[in-house]
Design a protein around this ligand. Structure first.
Ligand code: PLP
Length: 377
């Protein structure tokens, strides 16, 4: 099967699975003994495709509605300014910039430490390499080379082997190393702070900059207890998302030096990302930071339950993402959907499940029962 065919089938399977948390499993599925068959009633679909699928809670919506706003392109939105200052402070950096997406925060952040014609090194399944649609090359003129780390981890020996110092007109210069924590496609794995400190020490000796894609750094923080400022210390520049496990509808931030943020503000506007009364969205992020960080521990417990149902050692599930090898990934996704559980194929041989704010303990338990039944068949 060509990779294009596999991709199309994957998308088809995902589409077939339905479109939202209020959706009901079909009567056919119920008659086959799915969740509705178990209860005698239609049961809501449990959507584990991603932690981006959450809907804002009533309290978050109230915070958004009450937000004080101004024109942020003029730097006059007090809610955005407060959020940027808060997040910069959490990581011990000088400044931060609110962006619509994590991808834009990553593009701006990497471009702040890598010039056109230079390279960034990253892990081979990193989001910046695999899922940002070539933005770093297409928009920033940056090239990438990759190492493959066990469970997405930092491999300093491999990085040292790849690193290219400035050799004038001969080789592309390595300007930065990018690390992702937690690592999405590796299965929500935590990159250990000791490995990150070793990377920082090596980067200092070679004049290499460090970018941290921290879309789910909150999950790493809650799973390990490592203070956010410790993660901030190992990175020159970071990107963090409020719209994943934290449950905000939109919003990410680039975090770095005041100079880097000033330049990124210009680039963001050039990319069409200058936003006006965007405090309405920043308010959702501020609410999420206050109310939805500690509860990530629940998502992690739910993910361990699901990992166990799929035959993993729960100790191998670090946070809220479970990636399992399944040679039948596409049909497994379809069969899970028939059981009322939406999951995603992240390749022809791998499925991914992600727990989040809209998945309760009861949902996780019901999904675990359905999935273990499928695995046993
Ligand atoms: C690790 C990681 N980085 C960056 C992003 C990009 O975030 P967005 O979808 O907001 O562009 C994602 C999205 O899932 C991600 O998983």
């Amino acid at each position: 099967m060509s990779k294009h065919t596999a991709g199309a089938e994957t998308r088809g399977a995902v589409r077939e699975a339905g479109s939202g948390r209020s959706e009901r499993v079909s009567l056919t599925a119920a008659r086959r003994g799915g969740p509705a068959g178990d209860t005698g009633r239609f049961a809501p679909v449990i959507d584990l495709r991603s932690d981006t699928l959450t809907r804002p809670t009533e309290a978050m919506r109230a915070a958004m509605a009450g937000a004080e706003v101004g024109d942020d392109v003029y730097g006059e939105d007090p809610t955005v300014t407060a959020l940027q200052e808060q997040v910069a402070g959490l990581f011990g950096h000088e400044a931060a910039l609110f962006t619509p997406t994590g991808s834009m925060a990553n593009v701006l952040a990497v471009a702040s430490v890598v010039q056109p014609g230079e390279e960034v090194l990253c892990e081979s399944s990193a989001h910046i390499a695999r899922a940002e649609l070539g933005a770093h090359g297409a928009i920033s003129g940056i090239t990438m080379r990759t190492w493959t780390g066990e469970r997405g981890r930092v491999d300093l020996a491999a990085i040292e082997g790849l690193h290219a110092p400035d050799m004038g007109p001969f080789f592309v210069r390595t300007a930065a190393v990018s690390v992702e924590n937690t690592h999405n496609f590796a299965g929500g794995t935590v990159v250990g702070i000791d490995d990150l400190r070793d990377l920082r020490a090596w980067a200092d000796t070679t004049g290499t900059r460090v970018h941290l894609d921290g879309a789910r750094l909150w999950n790493a923080h809650v799973a390990t207890g490592t203070p956010l400022a410790d993660y901030g210390r190992i990175a020159d520049v970071l990107a963090v998302c409020l719209s994943k496990g934290l449950g905000a509808p939109v919003g990410s931030l680039m975090v770095g030096s005041a100079d880097a943020i000033d330049q990124a503000r210009v680039r963001r506007k050039r990319m069409g990302g200058g936003m006006r009364q965007v405090g309405i969205l920043a308010a959702a992020g501020a609410y999420a930071l206050e109310h939805h960080v500690e509860r990530l521990a629940d998502d992690h417990a739910h993910a361990r339950l699901l990992g166990e149902a799929l035959g993993l050692d729960p100790a191998d599930v670090d946070t809220n993402i479970v990636v399992v090898d399944r040679p039948d990934a596409v049909s497994f996704v379809t069969r899970a959907a028939e059981e009322g559980v939406r999951i995603a194929a992240v390749g022809p041989r791998a499925v991914r499940l992600v727990t989040h704010l809209d998945v309760s303990r009861a949902d996780a338990e019901r999904a675990a029962v359905a999935l273990s039944r499928l695995v046993a068949r």
